[in-house]
Write a protein that binds this ligand. Structure first.
Ligand code: ADP
Length: 982
């Protein structure tokens, strides 16, 4: 077993830590503690606060290994309990017990019981921390300060439970007894609910099993096979704005609904936003499933799931009661009682609304209602529920695309989290889960590694699913041939046709022509749906577009589970992006759609500006041939679907695909549509450039790109039209491109580089606050030769990304500045910067604030600095370089004639470091500003700086706020030199 532990070490570590959350590790430790296998001291040695999760996990593995085979066995069993699927069945030896065997021990004291029942207690206490703390305070065991320490919002509910248990242990036997009795009582009161209110409990069971039935399988597999969500679910990355420390790790549902990152404590609605295909519905489905299985959110006795897509078809006015019971779960008995229970216990109830962007009406909070029995149109009910005038206290979780979230909605949000798709390890994990054959998975992953543009696309779960689903086509089509999103969707189109092809041999080159009927029927349905914000189609809708049974069987459409249309057979597309893709195919291939339909797709922004009302592009269809589902006006929320459709149109009209259309449509018409799309894109870009304001005197001409700019760039990339890119870029005169907060991920980086590489003059590229990541950095490399400054603050970049970047820019003389504040860099990146500094004698600015650089990293940087004659700005704010690091830097910069600005704010620098800094002040001829705020410098350090300043007239200020100085010292020292800022 010890050997097995060694052999599988990497795998176990990955399983325990890959989600980024310490929960799995802590649960394993709970079990080992409970079994007496670990002691408290062991525990402290393993869970060292502030140390990386992986290091803690490694420590545990080492410990278990040292303790011997018995320990290893208990460890394996604990891992299996915590992560039943993570390591596969083969992992465990047949002799291993699969359930946890607590060591038999007569239990004498409550304190001992607290320990042996720890895993269980952690679970039970999570939902009732408040109550447990209350009884501990009432019984005099805890002070309010004890409670505050336990309930710090940085802790997840399970961590709070553990802290509570640890604290109780230190308070002795009677405190332990209080906790055990409290937990026992709450369990009893739960079962007494069953006795006093049997109808409620029956309803709860019915609701639970209906939620479970709806959420157990993933719908994208509906057409082909059933995939249990439990088997395929892969954690997605999340970003909690205003809480950069936790960004990109995945959070548990308790944490998401809890107080961490709250922007409005009065509000009850948590919003999860993300692009189409980023995994919002699946994430919500997971929430439903875990609740129904009793694995999460057990504080909520009832959970009501709604789909906004389905609510669209509710024409009647409803009361809240009718909404809950008719759209979610019907109580067989005691409706009034059950509803009264909901009204009386709002905090025990959770509502979820999936896809707010798909609701026909945009969010508005004008029409207020507050009486739960009042009937109103469903959208009005929904908006009142979200903003809390109805059913205050009931928690709501809403998902939406970002475009549909305006300020009116934002002010009613408890918090907003952004779903960011899969991480690199998430992609890996998903592909392995998707393929039961490990060799197949390995091949898919290998081909993704070989094609980073495609790997970038796979951060989006829907694309990752397609790529995995089409692995045969993927492996058959040759490396690097899949580049664009359109390529991937054409692949799935072909895949579905292949799957249903009656001729079992490979499909002919005319595969599209052979299936043209289906494409046109489904395309028309999709196209009309997009233009009318319809995502669910009745039998009549399908008949009108000529959709036949065999078209439906192809797998693009799945049966809709619309409750209010229970009797009719309604369908929806597997995913909204697939609907957009088929709509785009229709726009190109249908002889009844002309060029005007194409230009309408690209003219959105202008349309919005002019506030044109009326049908958007439905009017462009030839109305004699295509019956129009009448639409009153277009809402902002549908813009994204039109934009996705336009992106696909651009891709499909690429020269690379012209041959495919020859047999399927009029080539003259397709040619015309191509010209039209090119014209629209080029006009769109010019319009954007015209809006660049004249620079303020002394500043660079700067363009702040709007999200539409990124969309236009993506269209040009999809088209793979470098002439268009060149033309557009020749007209851009800005010296600085600002693309902050534009939702730029690896895919957008690929497109940006494709277009920006044609710029005439070097520019600064500012991409702060996006999700570029390492893959995105790699995608940007082709345009680095025209980049003089690269700003990538807060972008989830690691040392790996930096390595690739520096390998490229080391040879590019234009590249002079880089800002990487708040990424995931460690000492491992500093050797690359050091190399850059040594090699490039015109490099000006290096900012590495808020990363994880220690003294070792600073020493590496110093090595490079010794040989550099050009660097003017060096920012290391918020790292951990300490005195040793500061001394190394000072040593390297002592005689610098270039450094102007140096920041070591918040680096644990003490007086020794400050004394070293004095040497730079003394000898450097260039330094103007030195930032030493938030360190631990004492009087000795400041005196040394003061002495040095006496001989220096270049330095303008030395910042020393928040150091270890008394106010008397500050007052005194302020007198000595006015350049010292305290
Ligand atoms: P959105 O609601 O953001 O448009 P979906 O949740 O519908 O995205 O995701 C699209 C598809 O991507 C899903 O049907 C599924 O195949 C895949 N997918 C999304 N999220 C996950 C996940 N967390 N784990 C596994 N597959 C996922």
């Amino acid at each position: 077993l010890r050997e097995l532990l060694l052999k599988r070490r990497a795998e176990i570590l990955h399983a325990l830590c890959s989600g980024g959350s310490v929960e799995h590790l802590e649960r394993v430790i709970d079990m080992l503690l409970a079994q007496g296998e670990l002691g408290w001291e062991d525990c402290q040695n393993v869970l060292v606060p502030g140390r990386a999760l992986y290091s803690n996990a490694r420590q545990l593995l080492d410990l278990v290994y040292t303790k011997g085979a018995d320990s290893c066995e208990l460890f394996f069993n604990a891992v299996k309990q915590v992560l039943p699927e993570a390591l596969g069945d083969t992992f465990f030896l047949s002799g291993c017990h699969s359930t946890l065997d607590y060591k038999e021990k007569p239990q004498r004291t409550s304190t001992e019981e607290l320990l042996t029942q720890r895993p269980d207690l952690v679970l039970k206490l999570q939902g009732c921390i408040d109550g447990a703390l209350r009884v501990l305070v009432e019984s005099g065991h805890f002070s309010p300060t004890d409670c505050d320490g336990i309930q710090l919002p940085i802790y997840t509910p399970s961590q709070q439970a553990r802290r509570l248990l640890d604290h109780v242990r230190s308070k002795g036997e009677s405190a332990s007894l209080v906790v055990l009795q409290y937990v026992q009582q709450s369990l009893e009161s739960e079962s007494s609910l069953e006795q006093t209110n049997p109808k409620f409990v029956k309803y709860q069971k019915k609701l639970r099993s209906s939620v479970s039935a709806q959420s157990r399988f993933l719908s994208t597999y509906g057409g082909t096979s059933h995939m249990p969500l439990d088997d395929i679910y892969t954690e997605v990355q999340m970003e909690l704005p205003n809480n950069s420390a936790d960004n990109y790790k995945s959070m548990g549902f308790e944490e998401i609904i809890g107080p961490v990152g709250s922007v409005n404590d009065d509000a009850d609605t948590v919003l999860a936003s993300g692009e189409a295909g980023s995994g919002k519905s699946t994430w919500l489905q997971r929430l439903h499933l875990l609740w129904s299985q009793g694995k999460a959110l057990q504080d909520f006795l009832l959970l009501f799931p709604f789909s906004c897509r389905r609510l669209n078809s509710e024409q009647r006015d409803l009361s809240v009661q009718e909404l809950l019971f008719q759209h979610c779960c019907w109580p067989d008995r005691g409706q009034e009682e059950i509803f009264q229970f909901i009204l009386d216990h709002p905090h025990l109830v959770l509502f979820t609304f999936d896809g707010l962007d798909e609701l026909k009406q945009s969010f508005a909070d004008e029409h207020r209602i507050c009486c739960p029995s009042q009937r109103a149109p469903v959208d009005v009910l929904l908006f009142n529920l979200i903003q809390g005038s109805l059913m205050k206290g009931v928690r709501k979780v809403v998902t939406s695309r970002p475009e549909a979230v305006g300020p009116a909605l934002k002010k009613h949000l408890h918090k907003e989290i952004h779903l960011k798709g899969f991480s690199l390890s998430g992609i890996d994990c998903f592909v392995r889960k998707h393929h039961s054959d490990p060799n197949e998975a390995a091949k898919v992953l290998e081909s993704l590694q070989a094609n980073t543009a495609l790997l970038g696309l796979c951060h989006s779960p829907v694309l990752c699913w397609i790529v995995s689903q089409c692995h045969k086509e993927l492996l058959g089509c040759g490396e690097g041939s899949l580049q664009t999103i359109t390529d991937v969707y054409l692949m799935i189109l072909q895949h579905f046709f292949q799957h249903h092809s009656t001729v079992k041999s490979a499909m002919g080159v005319n595969w599209l022509q052979e299936n043209l009927g289906t494409v046109l029927h489904l395309g028309q349905l999709a196209f009309e749906g997009i233009s009318n914000s319809s995502y669910i189609f009745s039998v009549t809708d399908m008949e009108t577009c000529g959709v036949t049974e065999s078209d439906i069987c192809m797998g693009f459409l799945i049966q809709s589970k619309d409750m209010s249309l229970a009797n009719s057979k309604c369908c929806e597309f597997l995913h909204i992006t697939l609907q957009c893709f088929l709509a785009a195919l229709f726009a190109i291939l249908s002889r009844n759609t002309g060029c005007s339909a194409i230009s309408k797709l690209f003219e959105l922004q202008e349309m919005k500006k002019k506030r044109l009302r009326g049908t958007c592009f439905g009017a462009c269809l030839n109305s004699t041939n295509i019956p129009n589902i009448v639409k009153e006006h277009s809402t902002m929320a549908e813009t994204p679907n039109l934009q996705i459709t336009a992106t696909f149109v651009s891709g499909l009209l690429s020269q690379r695909y012209q041959k495919l259309w020859i047999q399927c449509s009029s080539s003259v018409l397709v040619e015309k549509k191509t010209k039209q799309a090119e014209k629209c894109l080029s006009k769109g870009m010019q319009q954007h450039f015209r809006s660049i304001p004249q620079p303020v005197q002394g500043e660079k001409k700067s363009m702040h790109a709007m999200p539409e700019f990124v969309w236009l760039i993506k269209c040009i990339y999809e088209m793979q039209n470098s002439r268009l890119a060149k033309d557009a870029m020749s007209k851009l005169e800005a010296e600085h491109l600002k693309l902050t907060y534009c939702n730029i991920g690896p895919v957008e980086c690929t497109a940006l580089a494709y277009v920006l590489q044609h710029l005439k003059n070097p520019v600064g590229i500012q991409l702060d606050n996006n999700s570029v990541g390492d893959v995105g950095v790699e995608q940007l490399l082709p345009c680095m030769h025209i980049c003089n400054s690269l700003y990538l603050r807060n972008n989830n970049i690691t040392d790996e990304g930096i390595h690739k970047l520096i390998d490229k820019v080391i040879h590019l003389q234009n590249f002079q500045k880089i800002a990487l504040f708040n990424n995931r860099l460690t000492d491992a990146c500093t050797k690359h910067f050091s190399y850059l500094l040594k090699t490039r004698q015109n490099f000006l600015s290096l900012r590495l604030g808020n990363n994880n650089i220690t003294a070792e990293g600073a020493k590496q940087l110093a090595e490079g600095l010794k040989f550099n004659r050009s660097l003017q700005y060096l920012g290391l704010w918020g790292n951990k370089i300490g005195n040793e690091g500061a001394e190394a830097l000072a040593n390297a910069l002592e005689n610098s004639e270039s450094i102007v600005w140096l920041s070591l704010v918040g680096n644990g620098v003490g007086s020794a470091g400050a004394c070293a800094m004095s040497n730079i002040i003394r000898n450097s001829t260039s330094l103007e500003e030195l930032w030493l705020t938030e360190n631990c410098i004492t009087r000795t350090g400041v005196e040394s700086l003061t002495q040095a300043l006496k001989h220096n007239h270049h330095v303008k200020s030395v910042w020393l706020k928040n150091n270890d100085l008394t106010s008397a010292e500050i007052e005194e020292m302020q007198q000595t030199d006015s350049r010292l800022v305290f």
